[in-house]
Design a protein around this ligand. Structure first.
Ligand code: G1P
Length: 297
């Protein structure tokens, strides 16, 4: 089995319910907000599939069933779409389907942080290495970011997607200390969740794509909660690094923080400019809009 094909399970933590994107997320969970016509969760599932994953584990809030509905086959609805809008629209809708074998839903009983959310997938994941994708980190990459990671992963230890951020931004991220050889793959020598900008020695930030060994589950179980009661995945990975190879990949592509309005706007623009049927119109509109903006300054 080659390393490239050995990650079969992807975990999507989607139990967080506090979103600054209001009022949009009063009734629509953040992961169902679209970038153009695809919900962020759909983009993340497609990215995992492109990396070879065959099982998709969604860690949801207790009682939340919106994703079951979203991924379920709905032949009557799809037939109506086909009759009204044609085969292409119906097919686009059908592409969201996940079979009951592919989609697994587990609940995070209390909001106790990303580490705790990942731990909820323990039984489903079992002993195999697995991927974690945070859907509001939307990445436009070719190949998609997780596929870049699985292609470079040697079958051992952990791999984390990393990006350089500005000093001022480090306090929003998990930050990695690295042995910087200047290459795209670097050894991680330390991790810290959301450090103070003036204290940390690194501005190399964790992006929401991880390949993790199943030993992370014991590490999470041993990780104490932080001052806010959250068990951080970053802290659990920090426990691994002394005995487990832990690397970061500087992936190629652009990452958008779609949990924030600015990132959401940039993602819509970037995705529109990638779409053949939209890009000319979007570009022409932006040129006109920028011209108007310049005239009013
Ligand atoms: C999470 C992780 C953090 C990582 C970030 C990437 O934080 O805890 O280490 O840098 O995702 O988006 P959150 O954005 O959920 O606060």
């Amino acid at each position: 089995m080659s390393a490239e094909t050995s990650i079969k399970t992807a975990v999507f933590p989607v139990a967080g319910d506090r979103s600054p994107l209001q009022p949009a997320t009063r009734a629509t969970p953040k992961e169902l907000l679209p970038i153009l016509d695809k919900p962020m969760i759909q983009l993340a599932v497609e990215e995992a599939r492109a990396a070879g994953c065959e099982r998709f584990v969604f860690v949801t809030r207790p009682g939340a069933t919106h994703l079951q509905h979203y991924f379920a086959a709905d032949p009557a609805y799809e037939a109506t779409l086909e009759a009204r809008y044609g085969a292409e629209v119906a097919e686009a809708s059908r592409s969201a389907r996940l079979s009951p074998e592919e989609a697994v839903f587990v609940e995070q009983r209390e909001r106790r942080g990303l580490g705790d959310a990942v731990a909820c997938a323990r039984e489903v994941v079992g002993d195999a290495p697995f991927a974690v994708l945070l859907p509001d980190d939307v990445i436009l990459g070719a190949p998609p970011a997780l596929a870049q990671m699985t292609a470079r992963w040697d079958g051992r230890g952990a791999m984390i997607a990393g990006i350089e951020v500005t000093r001022l931004q480090v306090s929003r991220y998990g930050v990695m200390r690295i042995d910087d050889t200047g290459g795209d793959i670097v050894d991680v020598t330390g991790l810290e969740e959301k450090p103070d900008s003036d204290v940390t020695a690194s501005n190399f930030a964790i992006t929401g794509r991880y390949i993790l060994p199943s030993t992370i589950f014991d590490a999470i179980a041993q990780t104490p909660a932080d001052a806010n009661g959250a068990v951080q995945l970053t802290d659990a990975i920090a426990r691994l690094i002394s005995h487990t190879p832990t690397r970061a990949l500087r992936f190629t592509g652009e990452r958008f923080d779609c949990g924030r309005l600015g990132g959401l706007v940039r993602a819509q623009v970037a995705f529109a400019l990638q779409r053949e049927e939209l890009k000319d119109d979007a570009a022409a509109y932006m040129r006109r809009a920028l011209l108007r903006l310049d005239q009013t300054r």
